[in-house]
Structures are given as C-alpha cells and as structure tokens.
Design a protein around this ligand. Structure first.
Ligand SMILES: Nc1ncnc2c1ncn2[C@@H]1O[C@H](COP(=O)(O)OP(=O)(O)OP(=O)(O)O)[C@@H](O)[C@H]1O
Length: 255
C-alpha cells in the first residue's frame, strides 16, 4: 500500500488488436501527495492519455492498480480536456448544474457555490447564454467551473489549454493555478508544453515511449513553485530548468 494520496502501483497496460498485443505502459509507479500538482511530459504516443484514463478509472490496467485516498478511483475525479464538451443545447448555468447532477452532488449549497465560482472566473452574467455565444477561453472557464463545482478529490487535466491562443492560455493557466491553490486540489496535467509543465507543477514526470515508462521525475525548485505561472516564466531559474527538461525530452525521443 502506497503512502501518497494518489498511488499508481506497478501499472502496465496493453492494447489488443486481432494481430497483436501492444504494450503501451510498463511498470508505472508513482505516489502523488495531497495538494500536489504533477505533470506528465513525454514523446507523442508514450501513453500519457492512457495513463490518465487508468487513473480516472475509465480504463482498467492489465496489471497494477490505482488508489485515491486508499480506494479505487470513483466519481471523486474531475476531468478537463482540450475540448470543453459543454452541451450546446443547454445554457451555461444548465451545463454546470448538469455536471453537479451527474456527479450526484447537486443541492442548494453546491448550486450556490457553483454560481459563485462562475463569477470568480469572470463569467458572471453568462448564466443564460449558450456555449456558442462564448469565446473558446470563456467556454474553457465554464468547463473549469463545471469540473470544480462538484468538488472532486483529484483533477485530471488533459491538455486543457492547448486549443487556446497564447494570451488566453496564459490567463487560464493563471486562473486554474490560483483556484487549485485556493482549494488545495491534487492535480495531474498532461501537456506537450514544457513551459506550462514547469510553470504549473510541483513535479514533472518524464515518460519514455514504447512502452511508456517513467524516465525521470523532475522536482521544480521552490523559488519557481511559489510563483504564479506567469511570474514563474520570468524567474531566472526558469530558463535553465526549461533547457534541462528540453534536453532530457530530446534524448527520450531519440532513445
Ligand atoms: N483504444 C486504443 N486501442 C488501441 N491502441 C490505443 C488506444 N488508445 C491509445 N492507443 C495507443 O496507445 C499508445 C499511447 O497512446 P496515448 O494516447 O495514451 O499517448 P499520448 O502520450 O497521450 O499521445 P499524444 O502525446 O500524441 O497525445 C499509442 O500508440 C496509441 O496509438
């Protein structure tokens, strides 16, 4: 039994086709502490999304197990993806309340918290609008509210900023970071963006491909971690860390 809030224990996974079995993840072992922010970085196809699916409980690994607060993953997990997946025929408020109903957390208090959260992310006044009436960044903020309103124990973020323009992406990173700090959420991010991983994370897990394995865990130094993502990018230690992670990734892609 692991010591972390999130325990990933000797996880391996294969996908089977009619012709072959392909080993996608091999012996993934990781302990994530409560309140920690972890990123997975690695070459395309190394199994990052598969690993998130296993952590969320959507996919059962061929071997090994995942525990969240000592139990198998359940509905206590929030998932944010590149696409917002808001229902186009529902208003923003209806979308968010549907999120609460699906997770069985709808009551007067969670409803009121959700509306408060909506104004915290700058979307007050959008309650009766439909997703098509909002910009991409606004829709992702609404999706963030829908995810956080259910008060998940763990937040899984699969490239949630990658479809946004640079400025919107930086603003949303800033917003997510401050909300996660406020609520002390444990989070796992999949990204291809080294800057984003350094700016948001406590630790970065570098994965190698074929099969996906942990190559290295990089601890982001305290002087960067205590800054917001925007300020972190301007810290002198940021560039050196960026270069070293870049080099590690290049070696992983060649190996
Ligand atoms: N449902 C599936 N059936 C068969 N193979 C799959 C399935 N899902 C993923 N794979 C394969 O597993 C490997 C890992 O895929 P995954 O999407 O987890 O990688 P990734 O690291 O998230 O990739 P990317 O960085 O490109 O998003 C890939 O080779 C992919 O083709």
């Amino acid at each position: 039994m692991g010591t972390g809030f999130l325990t990933i224990q000797e996880v391996s996974h294969c996908f089977f086709s009619a012709q072959e079995a392909s080993l996608v993840l091999s012996d993934i072992d990781l302990e994530v502490q409560e309140g920690e922010f972890i990123s997975f970085l690695g070459p395309s196809g190394c199994g990052k999304t598969t690993l998130l699916s296993i952590i969320s409980g959507i996919l059962t690994p061929l071997q090994g197990k995942v525990l969240l607060a000592g139990k198998p993953p359940s509905r206590d997990i929030g998932y944010m993806l590149q696409q917002d997946y808001l229902f186009p025929w529902k208003t923003i408020e209806e979308n968010i309340m549907t999120g609460l109903r699906i997770t069985n957390t709808y009551d007067a208090a969670t409803r009121s918290n959700a509306l408060h959260l909506l104004s915290q992310v700058g979307l007050e006044g959008t309650e009766s609008l439909y997703p098509r009436q909002l910009s991409g960044g606004m829709r992702q903020r609404a999706a963030l509210v829908r995810t956080l309103a259910a008060n998940p124990k763990l937040l899984l973020l699969d490239e949630p900023f990658s479809a946004l323009d640079y400025q919107t992406k930086l603003k949303l990173e800033e917003l997510v970071f401050s909300l996660l700090q406020e609520f002390g959420k444990t989070s796992v991010l999949v990204t291809h963006d080294i800057e984003e991983a350094i700016a948001m994370s406590d630790r970065i897990v570098l994965l190698r491909a074929k099969p996906g394995r942990i190559a290295k865990v990089v601890h982001v130094p305290e002087e960067i971690r205590r800054l917001s993502p925007f300020a972190a990018r301007r810290h002198p230690a940021f560039t050196a860390l960026f270069q070293s992670v870049w080099k590690e990734l290049e070696q992983l892609e060649q190996s």
